[in-house]
Design a binder for this molecule. Sequence first.
Ligand code: TYC
Length: 118
Amino acid sequence: MIAMATTPKQPDLTPSVPGGGDAVVLERRRQRVQPPKMYQVVLLNDDFTPMEFVVRVLQEFFNKDRETATQIMLKIHVHGRGVCGVYTRDVAATKVEQVTQAARAAGHPLQCVAEPVE
Ligand code: TYC
């Protein structure tokens, strides 16, 4: 057999398209990332935490204006619970930590929980 000097094969960069030419084919790709699962942070009613403290919590940790904070607090007071905000998992967990810590430091039994949004 006779060895032939050949040039190394280069990858063919030209998209092969019926009809040839220099057309570029763009494939539709399925979306690979999903939106993150979201968690709602909920405050629970109790008989001891002062209304004013809850209003301040809603203003400070959930960025509510005073009027909105008061409405949410009253809703919790009447209905037993209320959503304060919806966040990604880590942010929601941090809110729960911050609120619980502030409540305990002030000597209040306020309960704050995060739950997945369906
Ligand atoms: N029920 C409380 C009171 O009458 C007020 C309150 C509101 C407490 C909301 C907790 O998440 C709460 N002082």
